[in-house]
Design a protein around this ligand. Structure first.
Ligand SMILES: [Zn+2]
Length: 73
């Protein structure tokens, strides 16, 4: 799996947000988050997971699944 290289040409205010909900990866949780940048979104998810799902270990496989569940808003 390659890390997508996104052109960083200016910051559009809307349209390009990535969204994520825990349910997308099968977690029984309605938490959702959005960010322009998937690395920023991933950081939010890591923070949420540490607080709300301390039993879930963010393995590389799970991180890949989480990233795969991101939706373009
Ligand atoms: Zn959650």
């Amino acid at each position: 799996m390659h890390t997508p290289v996104t052109a960083n040409g200016g910051e559009k205010e809307t349209d390009m947000a990535k969204t994520y909900t825990c349910r997308d990866v099968g977690v029984d949780c309605d938490w959702k988050a959005a960010a322009q940048d998937e690395n920023v979104l991933m950081a939010k998810i890591e923070q949420h997971a540490a607080q709300a799902h301390p039993t879930i270990v963010l393995t590389p496989d799970l991180v890949a699944a989480v990233r795969g569940a991101f939706k373009d808003n």
